[in-house]
Write a protein that binds this ligand. Structure first.
Ligand code: HEC
Ligand code: HEC
Length: 217
């Protein structure tokens, strides 16, 4: 069933001739070596390069993002308006030899350990908790573990500054503004609740307190 949903997500997002073969972890590791120059070879990310962590992100989420970057559904603004999204879009186009590569790399990235990351955003986690429990928990889960069923990703074990930047991007329209981006559009709508910088910092500070938790079955 999950595989079926994935195929639908991928083909709905981009009309590609798609053969969903089993992931080849070894090939994924080889292909990921280049990605690791920014995302870290252990998936730990790189604050100096403004690159998010990759360890333990869901395979379907990674695959969807790669498809979206390639289809210009993410990173669609120019380098002056959205430098990081644009950079990653170019990588997704230039560094993916075939569609199977996305499946192989996603499986390898998921196999990496969840990183433990420093706190850098100075929000109020207690205020953030209120916002999170009111608005975010329904889709992202009590520990930010995400929901495969709802298509909402893990947001725990990710850099706080990266999460903050994504919320800013959803609000500015740098992310989630393409009509064909069903999930990004949904999150852009939810982000409207966070209408001050303080609220965005608070909620991110609360998310930063989560310990890695598996999704319930
Ligand atoms: C030059 C540095 C660089 C390289 C090389 C690179 N990335 Fe990225 N990647 C980024 C940056 C920066 C972002 C954040 C983009 C943004 O803020 O929108 C990103 C974002 C992503 C995301 C989205 C993560 C999320 O939480 O939504 C995925 C998935 C991803 N990269 C996978 C890859 C894969 C797979 C490769 C190798 C084919 C790769 N990246 C190579 C810099 C890089
Ligand atoms: C209706 C379900 C839903 C709700 C409620 C929701 N989100 Fe999301 N969120 C999503 C989906 C779906 C995505 C993935 C979008 C995509 O694929 O580009 C997402 C993505 C994100 C991302 C980007 C993650 C990454 O790795 O790039 C952040 C950060 C985020 N959400 C934070 C929040 C916060 C904070 C709240 C509460 C204010 C919230 N979300 C409420 C569904 C939801």
């Amino acid at each position: 069933m999950k595989r079926f949903l994935l195929i639908c997500l991928l083909t709905c997002a981009a009309p590609l001739a798609y053969s969903a073969d089993e992931p080849d972890l070894e090939r994924g590791a080889q292909l990921y070596f280049f990605c690791g120059t920014c995302h870290g070879q252990a998936g730990e990310g790189n604050a100096l390069l403004n690159t998010p962590a990759a360890g333990k992100q869901d395979t379907w989420y990674i695959e969807r993002q790669m498809v979206n970057y390639r289809a210009n559904l993410r990173g669609y603004w120019g380098p002056l308006e959205d430098i990081y999204g644009n950079q990653m879009k170019n990588m997704a186009i230039a560094q993916v030899p075939d569609e199977q590569a996305i499946i192989d790399m996603a499986a390898f990235m998921h196999s990496l350990e969840p990183p433990t990351l420093p706190i850098t955003v100075d929000g109020d986690p207690e205020e953030g908790r209120k916002i999170y429990e009111e608005t975010c928990i329904a889709c992202h889960g009590p520990n930010g573990e995400g929901s495969t069923l709802l298509g909402s990703p893990r947001i725990s074990n990710q850099f706080d500054w990266y999460l903050l930047r994504q919320l800013d991007d959803f609000l500015s329209g740098a992310r989630g503004q393409q009509p064909d981006d069903i999930f990004g559009t949904q999150m852009r709508y939810m982000a409207q609740v966070l209408d001050t910088e303080q609220k965005r910092k608070d909620v991110v500070s609360y998310i930063a307190t989560f310990q890695f938790t598996e999704q319930p079955d």
